[in-house]
Design a protein around this ligand. Structure first.
Ligand code: THU
Length: 147
């Protein structure tokens, strides 16, 4: 990805973060997931008084896209921090989001963890979720009959 493309995706993640609903943790997260068709799907975290139904920003973006028939992606940018504060740490996707992304993106997805438009690191889903369990694990072509 070019630096310009990365900056654009981080900007989209910050825009999505603006819609975060996080009255319980005050930790606002934004994600921007880029589809192979060039479209970018933004997502924010959506908390709940019962806590359990809370949805992370990454899954919000992913489920928006998949629910519109889009299943191929090449990059995601993620930003997160307490409301009104600038983070010293990058916000990396939680375990559930890594698994949810793996289903559609596999290990090659580029993952941009950003603190600011010009302060980020670039990694991959494969690095964040080594030996991920995905659709190919359930593919009979990947196994042999038991002797
Ligand atoms: N959260 C995300 O949306 N994405 C992450 O990658 C980490 C955590 C949300 C969930 C919850 O609303 C808040 O951040 C604090 O955990």
């Amino acid at each position: 990805m070019t630096e310009q493309e990365i900056t654009a995706l981080i900007r989209a993640a910050f825009a999505a973060r603006g819609f975060a609903y996080a009255p319980y943790s005050d930790f606002k997260v934004g994600a921007a997931l880029r589809a192979m068709n060039g479209r970018v799907y933004g997502g924010c975290n959506i908390e709940n008084a019962a806590l359990g139904p809370t949805n992370c920003a990454e899954r919000t973006a992913l489920f928006k896209a998949v629910s519109e028939g889009v299943r191929e992606f090449d990059a995601i940018a993620i930003v997160g921090s307490l409301d009104g504060r600038k983070n010293e740490l990058v916000t990396a996707p939680c375990g559930i989001c890594r698994q949810a992304l793996y289903e559609f993106c596999g290990p090659t997805l580029t993952v941009i963890l950003a603190k600011a438009e010009d302060d980020y690191l670039v990694t991959t889903l494969g690095a964040l979720l080594p030996y991920g369990f995905g659709p190919s694990n359930l593919d009979p072509a990947q196994s042999a009959p038991q002797a």
